[in-house]
Design a protein around this ligand. Structure first.
Ligand code: NAD
Ligand code: UFG
Length: 348
């Protein structure tokens, strides 16, 4: 049985579907601070069976001990965490407490329960502003420009020293590039609270008419069209990488770092044109000043994961945008809307 922390969230819910479909038993621990119970109802609809659900916090040691006693858990996929960069600048302690201290509490409870296999959600943000592209795992980590990024780097360092101190640990540090897209059913996807920070959720809200236009943060970067370049990866490819990492952990072997990206960069304007191609609608945008803390470009060298995990991202940008668009049309108000009504309206 696999414990999935943060399993009601965007990436976690897709991972739960993949685990259930692979025949695993799953228990989700989530405090629902950035998600809703509805995502797990939809997960059950897709997978044909439901995960167990525990409503609670990764920082609650008593709850973790009970959970590990109650279920025969053999490994943990640890997605739970806070991820809003701007919020982390305003409230850094909350970010360190959840992302760093929460991860420590989880590892302490795991060790006491004799569970030593952990897949951790890290981020390409730990590389800081890398000078050369693509970024491989040997590239030095940088100084993240915000407390969110620092919390991910700190958690990585905690986990590395933990694995060095006790060879029973087997830990995968998965550095995600830019996860986008949704399950092809359109039933689960990213459901940001308030104004989206990330590019694609914002573009989708413009495309469905919830916002008038996209702000393009700068067109004077040293990139082919002047806008920021990122490595967007389909969330289903990303979770596939997690399942491969999980298989690999069962073989033992300390700590390993893997980039999960496609190896291809795409600019903001290329994203705009590609989404217009998928929706058949013009996407209004305005170029505004650069966003503070943004880097010009960032894309992965994914060859280490290809070699060691036999994993490769297979879905192209069109599939990412078509799946994201399906989710957005069926659920214009995220999990708060009624998907059946939306589906009927789309069909008529
Ligand atoms: P998300 O916010 O959708 O999911 C995180 C889940 O964790 C939510 O369901 C939330 O309710 C839960 N959670 C938060 N604090 C908790 C706590 N203290 N106890 C229990 N549950 C808690 O985010 P996501 O996009 O699915 O991201 C998952 C992980 O991947 C995060 O750790 C994030 O930092 C990391 N990551 C995400 C991205 C991205 O662009 N989405 C990129 C790199 C890394
Ligand atoms: N952008 C816009 N307008 C917007 C939002 C974004 O032009 O409204 C631009 C940004 O300037 C950047 C690109 O679109 O050039 C991508 O921005 P995102 O906010 O979608 O993604 P980031 O690469 O800035 O950051 C994301 C996550 C981080 C994570 C990082 C690496 O938000 O948490 O990917 O995984 F660390």
């Amino acid at each position: 049985m696999i414990l999935v922390t943060g399993g009601a969230g965007y990436i976690g819910s897709h991972a739960v579907v993949a685990l259930l479909q692979a025949g695993q038993e799953v228990v989700v621990l989530d405090n629902l601070c950035n998600s809703s119970r509805e995502s797990l109802t939809r997960v059950a609809q897709i997978a044909g069976r439901a995960p167990r659900f525990v409503h609670g916090d990764i920082r609650d040691r008593v709850l973790l001990d009970e959970l590990f006693q109650q279920w025969p858990i053999t490994a943990v996929m640890h997605f739970a965490g806070l991820k809003a960069v701007g919020e982390s600048v305003r409230d850094p302690l909350r970010y360190y407490q959840t992302n760093v201290a929460g991860s420590i509490t989880l590892c302490q409870a795991m060790a006491d329960a004799g569970i030593f296999q952990l897949v951790f959600s890290s981020s390409a943000t730990v590389y800081g502003e890398s000078v050369s592209m693509p970024i491989c795992e040997r590239c030095p980590t940088g100084i993240p420009t915000n407390p969110y990024g620092q919390s991910k780097l700190m958690a990585e360092n905690v986990l590395k020293t933990l694995a060095d101190s006790d060879h029973r640990w087997s830990i995968a540090l998965l550095r995600y590039f830019n996860p986008v897209g949704a399950h092809e059913s359109g039933l689960i996807g990213e459901d940001p609270n308030g104004i989206p920070n990330n590019l694609l959720p914002y573009m989708l809200q413009v495309a469905v008419g919830r916002r008038p236009y996209l702000n393009v943060y700068g067109d004077d970067y040293p990139t082919p069209d002047g806008t920021g370049v990122r490595d967007y990866i389909h969330v289903l490819d990303l979770v596939d990488g997690h399942l491969r990492a999980l298989e690999r952990l069962a073989l033992g072997g300390g700590v390993a770092v893997w980039n999960l990206g496609t190896g291809r960069g795409c600019s903001v304007l290329e994203m705009v044109r590609a989404l217009e191609g998928v929706t058949g609608r013009a996407l209004p945008f305005r170029v505004v000043a650069r966003r503070s803390g943004d880097i010009a470009q960032c894309w992965a060298d994914p060859t280490k994961a290809e070699r060691e995990l036999r994993w490769r991202a297979t879905r192209d940008l069109r599939a990412m945008l078509e799946d994201a668009w399906r989710w957005q049309r069926l659920n214009p108000h995220g999990y708060q809307g009624d998907v059946e009504k939306a589906a009927a309206a789309l069909a008529s």
